[in-house]
Design a protein around this ligand. Structure first.
Ligand code: ZN
Ligand code: ZN
Length: 307
């Protein structure tokens, strides 16, 4: 046990998460589930094929982004290792993992899921703000949200999540097995909420995220921007003032100003956007110098126009 720090466990967890997301087996299940949904949709529409080209384009773009992530994932893990070293250097104390051995799994795993969702909520909220939005925008670029949209994430997104997990959950020292159990549940639920069906969970709508709840998160309408940020528990959005489910979501999904299915532009999007923001900031700074001596420089961070 000695020498195994929380950061080691968090890194092992991230490794498993990446393995989980990247494994051919999981992708196979995702494709099988999608094929089933397509079949159900086909029957529902009276055996008529109404699959526009934009749906096929969306799936192809998601598959290509997934391929890019397989290629660059190992480098992201290297960066995660640097973060781990930085975390170790702080010497922040944590709960002894032996403490958790006395707690039964049926209690510990839901507890871990709950703690993860609080961390997810805040990492998601951060990613909807100015400087991290260019990373998360890739997930919102899909003009046809479906189960596979789960896999449409920029390769930097797990890095942001690891950092938030390390800072917010590192002190808990939860055993690796519990983290793994929670990760499997979160992975499955994440796929489910992206499926293109209008299920709202009725009286349980605040207890478990539904496809309707998450579809509103992807809606490209100003009143839904930055809403429904929880992955599992919508009551967190109620508690933090970001809950928005006015009924069936018929709004267009996607994100204004973000390329839709252009894979190269999507992968490069963070770099292009950060470059533009830095240039803007420098320009604003110069303009400020030339203006009145008492002028206030507007803050760069904070609530932004990001969705
Ligand atoms: Zn989002
Ligand atoms: Zn989503």
């Amino acid at each position: 046990m000695d020498g195994q720090t929380v950061a080691d466990m968090m890194l092992a967890y991230l490794g498993r998460l990446v393995d989980h997301i990247a494994s051919a087996e999981v992708l196979g299940y995702a494709l099988l589930a999608s094929a089933l949904l397509v079949a159900v949709d086909f029957v529902r529409r009276g055996f008529r094929i109404v699959w526009p080209w934009r749906k096929i384009e969306s799936v192809l773009a998601t598959a290509a982004i997934y391929g890019v992530n397989l290629l660059f994932g190992p480098y992201v893990l290297l960066l995660a290792k640097l973060l781990e070293d930085a975390y170790k250097a702080t010497g922040i104390p944590h709960v002894d993992p032996f403490f958790w051995q006395g707690v039964p799994a049926w209690l510990l795993i839901p507890f871990a899921v709950f703690m993860f969702d609080i961390a997810n909520y805040w990492s998601h909220r951060l990613m909807h703000m100015k400087w991290l939005w260019p990373i998360h925008a890739i997930h919102h670029s899909d003009p046809e949200v479906n189960g596979l949209t789960t896999y449409r994430v920029h390769v930097f997104e797990p890095l942001v999540m690891l950092t938030v997990y390390t800072v917010l959950l590192g002190w808990l020292g939860l055993p690796a097995g519990v983290l793994g159990g929670a990760a499997v549940f979160l992975g499955l639920l994440n796929f489910y909420v992206h499926v293109n069906v209008d299920w709202g969970h009725g009286p349980f709508r605040l207890l478990l995220a539904s496809p309707r709840f998450h579809r509103w998160h992807h809606a490209d309408v100003p009143e839904a921007y930055g809403k429904n940020l929880a992955n599992v528990f919508p009551f967190l959005d109620v508690a933090f003032g970001t809950y928005y489910v006015p009924g069936t979501c018929r709004a267009e999904v996607g994100a204004e100003g973000v390329p839709k299915n252009d894979v190269v532009r999507l992968v490069l999007f963070p770099f292009v956007e950060w470059g533009r923001m830095v240039r803007d900031a420098i320009r604003a700074g110069r303009a400020g110098e030339g203006a009145s001596e008492t002028s206030d420089v507007p803050p760069l961070e904070g609530t932004s126009s990001a969705q």
